[in-house]
Design a protein around this ligand. Sequence first.
Ligand code: SF4
Ligand code: SF4
Length: 71
Amino acid sequence: MSVVKAENEEVSIRVDHDKCVGSGECASSCPGEVYDLVDNKAVPARVDDCIECCTCVAVCPQKAISHSSCE
Ligand code: SF4
Ligand code: SF4
């Protein structure tokens, strides 16, 4: 399993790259612009900008994103 993880003192975000298909909904809908698409996979590059809205978790069609504030 290939999981990319990013965390700070407040939040922990994991993206399962085996599930991610690079559709981009997470990146385009995130109000904090936390995600980059790298080689067609979502990478939570700016976790410090996360406002814990849980939109990314909700919109991912692959259920590839886990977020510590959205369980
Ligand atoms: S919405 Fe889900 S499948 Fe699409 S790029 Fe983001 S993590 Fe990957
Ligand atoms: S919880 Fe909201 S602000 Fe944080 S990464 Fe997901 S969409 Fe962006």
